[in-house]
Every structure is written in C-alpha cells, then in structure tokens.
Design a protein around this ligand. Structure first.
Ligand code: ADP
Ligand code: GLC
Length: 481
C-alpha cells in the first residue's frame, strides 16, 4: 500500500527561499513522489510567494484556529506537480519579503503566534479535519517553525511524526507569557515537554515528541550530541539518540553543469574546456582582470558567523602578495556586507563582491570559479559544497558536519590514490584560511593534478533518489509499528 506523507515546512523552492531548507523542501517531496509516495506539502501563504502565472490556487476549506478564520488553499509545485496546501492568514499573506523578519532585519514580533497557527492548521490537515478523504500516515516537520506539530500530535494514534533538524542554532525560544497566549495544553509545560529554562522552545516540540528525529548529515547527528554543537540541547539529543539519524541532502536537477542555462558554455567531467570560458565570462561580469592563470576562489551564502564570513573578511585583508582572485555573492549581517564591500573597493584587482540574492549569479559563480570556500563553524549539511563537487569547482571546507561527510581532503595519500576532492581545514581560524588558499594555489599550478581532483569531485553522486529512499525506509519503519 502506498504511503502518504504531509511535509510541513516554512519555505520551499521555488515558492519561497531563504536558504537550504527551501532546496530540500522543493526536491525531497519530488523525489519521494518518484518513489510512489503520496506526499503533499503544507506551507504558509506568504504575501511574496513566487507563484507562476499558470499556477492556479484553489480554495479547499475555511477552518477555525482558536477563534480565528484560516483559509486552506491548494496549488501544485511548478515542476514536480507535488500538491501544496497553503495556510492563508493575514499574518502571513499581508507581509512581503523575508518570511521571518521585517525590512528592519528584526524577527517579526508575532513569529510564535504565526507559526503556532501554522502548526495548528497543519495538524488539522494531518488529522483529516480539512480534507476528510486524505489522512497521511506520516507528518514530516522541519525546523523550529514546525516544532509544535509533533507536540500537538503526540497523543494521536496516527499520523506518526518525523522531525528534521536543519539547523540547531535556531530554536524558537520565547517567554512563558507567549506559551500562555498560544493556548497550548498545560501538559506540554514541563522539562520533558516544551519548557526550556523557564521559557518555551518550539524546537523541543519536535525533538521531544517526534517518533523519529533526523538531521541532514551523519556527522552533524553526532556533533549535536556534544556541548560544542548542541546549543544546550545535547543532553536531550543524547537521550533520544536511538531515534536520531543523519541523512545527507542531495542535489536538485537544476544544478548540473552539462545542462545549466545560466552558464555561457555547459561542460562535463570528460570535457572541462567550457569551464575556462565560464571563468572568463565571470571575471568580465564582475569587473575582475580576465586572467586564466590566476586561481579564482568564490563564495555564495548567507553572510553570518556560522558561515565564517568574519574570518574570510580578515583573510582578505591579509592576502599580502598572493596572486589570487576572490568573488562572493551573499547577504546577511550589515557589518559583514559593509566590510566585504570595503575590501572589494580597496583591492579591486583581486576582490569582487555582490551583495544581494541572485540565483543566476550563484550558478555562474559555481560554473566559473576554480574553488569554492565554505569555512563554516558548523554546517548541518551544506549544499554549495555539493554543487561545487558537481561543477568541478574544488570545495575548500572546514571539516564539520556535512562538509566533513562529503569532501575528501587533498592529502598526499588521497591525491596519490585519486580520492581527493577538495581542500579541508581541520581547524578554523584566519591562518587556516590563508593556508587553504595556498594549498589550493599549489594544486591549481599543477594542471594534471587539478584536473584529476576536479574529475573525481564530479564523479561523486549526491542525488536525491538515495536520500529519499532513506527517508522512505524511516517512514515505513514507524508506520508499520
Ligand atoms: P544555509 O541553508 O545554511 O543557508 P545551504 O548551503 O544549505 O546553507 O544552502 C544555501 C542555499 O542558498 C544554496 O542553494 C545557495 O546557493 C543559496 N544561496 C544563499 N545565498 C544566496 C544568494 N545570495 N544568492 C543566491 N543563492 C544563495
Ligand atoms: C540549514 C543548514 C544547512 C543545510 C540546510 C538544508 O540551513 O545550515 O547546512 O544544508 O539547512 O538542510
């Protein structure tokens, strides 16, 4: 019998994206559908949802959530056709831009109310109260925004619940009066419930009550059981370690250098000549000197401490005589955006910076870059190193989380055995970044070696099919209990 799954998420590419969660929420349900699972998404109906003209929305039902009318709409994902339920309420639909914060960069003050309402609407869908002919076997919730779903469902016999941690640093912690305002059952106010040092924690709802907890790489699954990476939840995670598993993310089909419309010339592992053309085009676009013989190191991502942006900025002011180019695209903390802009102004022959969000440029940076740096302090999975492997753009990474699980260091032994796929920093500080730049430059100056590393990188397979099978096994395991 086919399994049915309600996939609850606060973002899903291409409808709404701020980071990797959106990529996963776009691609995993599509891959599960290919495996015969009846999976449907539930997502808030944000004001800025990127619905295409041909995407119609249909009204499914009006429900009552603690006295407030909430409309449930439905549409389908543009490419995969996966059905999407949209939770329509003014606290979502009347606001534009980022789903979590206002134009001033501060979180919306009513985020707990918005995401509690979203959770209750998802629970209504999950228990057959909205679409009576469809009751899922499993609800798969993601990150703190959906953490209340497993908590609210834990006494129900069905559906079973899976909770995925994409990033433990964001926990959705609010004060006790918030808990009272949200009208949650008092039975949840306990240390082995939502209570967290006198506050309430949304993410604990998922960690305490879900039948299974997953995170997005095996190494991160281990790391979060330690004080260094557990953000205060390591004890609870150790307590639930038998229910916790790490499943690596995959790459969506839109990331493929052989068929990437954003590139000036597509290329493959067999014929890498197109990469040089993409590099020249990228240098031109960014106003960098068009030079084939200089290593071009690129970066795309959120400019925040997690990603080591501060260290990159420091390293860029210590380049000395190094003959390298650095190009980056991102947005995030204002102080980092300003510092990066200032570096580019001071050193325009070597550094180019674009602040903002730009899918096309992200693809062109992968296509034209020689190396891609991700000096993350922690990284649950990370997607750009996977794209970089696929594009033969040598990943330079710190050996944590998913970065450690997916990049094989260019040690002499690995180079000799043809296993190396990237440059790996075993500890992280400014000097490590400069060391990594030098390591890469050395590799870059040995074209045969560089080609072998690129080809080995491009032969790695991180497609969604394998990950989707692991999730399917998990769903089956809990729903046949
Ligand atoms: P995280 O989810 O922590 O931000 P991931 O590596 O999992 O990190 O995913 C980030 C995703 O967001 C990638 O698909 C990346 O290309 C994309 N991305 C991040 N910043 C930008 C940007 N400024 N422009 C375009 N894409 C971006
Ligand atoms: C989070 C993590 C990132 C992961 C993504 C998708 O945003 O920071 O490492 O790849 O979620 O799972």
């Amino acid at each position: 019998m086919s399994l049915s799954v309600l996939f609850a998420t606060s973002e899903a590419y291409p409808l709404m994206k701020t980071g990797g969660l959106a990529d996963v929420s776009g691609a995993l349900p599509a891959a599960l559908t290919e495996l015969g699972v009846d999976v449907r998404l539930v997502l808030p109906r944000y004001g800025d949802l990127a619905l295409r003209d041909e995407q119609t929305t249909e009204h499914v039902a009006r429900i009552d959530v603690l006295g407030q009318p909430v409309d449930i709409l439905q549409t389908s994902m543009p490419d995969s056709g996966v059905r999407v339920y949209l939770v329509d309420h003014p606290t979502f639909s009347a606001r534009q831009g980022n789903p979590y914060m206002g134009p001033d960069g501060n979180s919306w003050h009513d985020n707990p109310d918005r995401f509690a309402l979203f959770a209750r609407a998802a629970v209504a869908l999950a228990t057959g109260d909205v679409v009576p002919e469809w009751q899922p076997d499993v609800v798969h919730a993601n990150d703190w925004q959906t953490g209340l779903i497993p908590a609210l469902l834990h006494e129900a016999e069905k559906p079973h619940t899976v909770f995925t941690l994409h990033n433990l640093a964001y926990q959705g912690v609010f004060d006790r009066s918030t808990f009272e305002r949200l009208g949650l059952p008092w039975s949840l106010w306990r240390a082995d419930g939502l209570e967290y040092w006198g506050n309430m924690s949304f993410i604990k709802g998922g960690i305490v009550f879900a039948d299974r907890i997953t995170t997005v790489s095996p190494t991160y699954a281990r790391e979060i059981q330690t004080p260094e990476f557990g953000y205060g939840l390591e004890g609870l995670l150790r307590h639930r370690k038998d229910a916790l598993v790490g499943i690596l993310n995959g790459i969506g089909s839109d990331w493929d250098p052989a068929h990437d419309a954003a590139l000036v010339t597509p290329y493959t592992a067999k014929d890498l000549s197109g990469k040089a053309e993409n590099k020249a085009a990228l240098q031109k676009e960014l106003g960098l000197p068009i030079r084939a013989e200089v290593p071009l190191i690129v970066h795309v991502g959120r400019l925040i401490e997690q990603k080591g942006t501060d260290l990159v900025i420091q390293a860029l002011s210590m380049l000395g005589q190094r003959d390298v180019q650095f190009a980056c695209l991102g947005s995030g903390e204002g102080r980092f955006e300003q510092a990066l802009r200032a570096r580019a102004e001071a050193d325009p022959e070597r550094i180019a910076v674009r602040i903002g969000y730009d899918e096309g440029l992200a693809h062109r940076l992968e296509g034209g870059g020689d190396a891609f740096i991700m000096p993350s302090r922690f990284e649950p999975c990370g997607l750009n190193q996977l794209y970089s492997l696929k594009y033969g753009t040598v990943p330079i990474v710190h050996s944590v989380g998913g970065l450690a699980d997916t990049v094989t260091p260019a040690t002499p032994a690995n180079l000799r055995d043809g296993k190396a796929t990237g440059v790996v920093m075993n500890h992280l500080d400014v000097n490590a970044i400069l060391w990594a730049f030098d390591q890469f430059t050395e590799l870059f100056n040995r074209p045969e070696r560089l080609q072998a590393v690129r080809q080995q990188a491009m032969s790695q397979r991180y497609d969604w099919d394998a990950s989707a099978r692991s999730y399917l096994d998990l769903y089956r395991e809990i729903s046949t209990r």
